[in-house]
Design a protein around this ligand. Sequence first.
Ligand code: FEO
Length: 383
Amino acid sequence: MITNDIQYIGVQDHEIDLFEGQYVVPNGMAYNSYLIQDEKTAVMDTVDSRFVAQWLENINQTLAGKSPDYLVVHHMEPDHSSGIAAFAAAYPDATVVSSRMAFVMMKNYFGSDFADRRIVVTEGSTLSLGKHELTFVAAPMVHWPEVMVSYEKADKVLFSADGFGKFGALDADEDWACEARRYYIGIVGKYGPQVQDLLKKAAALDISIICPLHGPVLKENLGYYINLYDTWSSYRPESKGVLIAYTSVYGHTKEAVELLASELESLGCEKVSIADLARDDMAEAVEDAFRYDRLVLATTTYNGDIFPFMREFIHHLTERNYQNRTVGIIENGSWAPQAAKVMTRMLEECKDLTWLDPKVKLQCALSDDSRAQIRQLAEALCK
Ligand code: FEO
């Protein structure tokens, strides 16, 4: 039970290989759904397609065979919406409650927009269940355009859709911030201004409990979670530290990275994180780039461009509005190094980047000159 009248009816996914087709989730994934029982009964969102039968059984058992009155749909991404048609078939008298754009998506996904049994809600719409009343708040692009969140004022609960979600099933014993940050930066990171808008609206509500669509229900110390969301969505660095993100073909660029890391350590730099972009989790590297205030990019010149994993990494940064950080560069090239030029150009649209000198140049392997440049770069990073 979450409150006397609100229950968890979600499912835990330990079978998934890649969430949203790209994110490794070693501790699985939770698709959360909730039930509010009052004079009227509302089911809040559905689950991923592979778990719809289990979810319907959760509803059936919890309601002891009684039919729910409403299905509230906050978000149409299939990890939450896949059960809508099956729910509508199982409960033909239930009404579907959602935004206008979500009903268009329902038509596209399921061939029906439930025109004869629906309530279209917009910003400020309310749905009374008895002593509980839901107020809907538009949250476009957190993380799709049709998204709404809702606030239940009797128990002071915010149903926050993807907001405040994390990777990991509910039985995962792990730090919230680590997997919530990787989830946020990866999935919602492009939409910082829209998250800021939602946080402003949420600040006007008296919230005691946050019920997200992924990850645990948050009941205590809500300021901690809200502050992290404010930091992430305003693109402020969360921690002092340096991420060195690199690719290396034969190990020479890696040697340069290791030398830089040891120089930073000897200078007492607070925190140094290293990501081999070809081998380590790309989403974790992207997360760290946004988490820390400084970034070093080290890569080889490749086919007149840069190594593919670095190109992909920088693309992940720019599409998520990477900004307001300090950046250093190490380039390698056996005959015509131009990785520094390519990387600088790729990041030129980013706001408020401070570029460090020197830009370190390796031709094939470390030399006395490049070692000296690395020492200077370490000093610039630690200033
Ligand atoms: Fe968890 Fe945007 O869906």
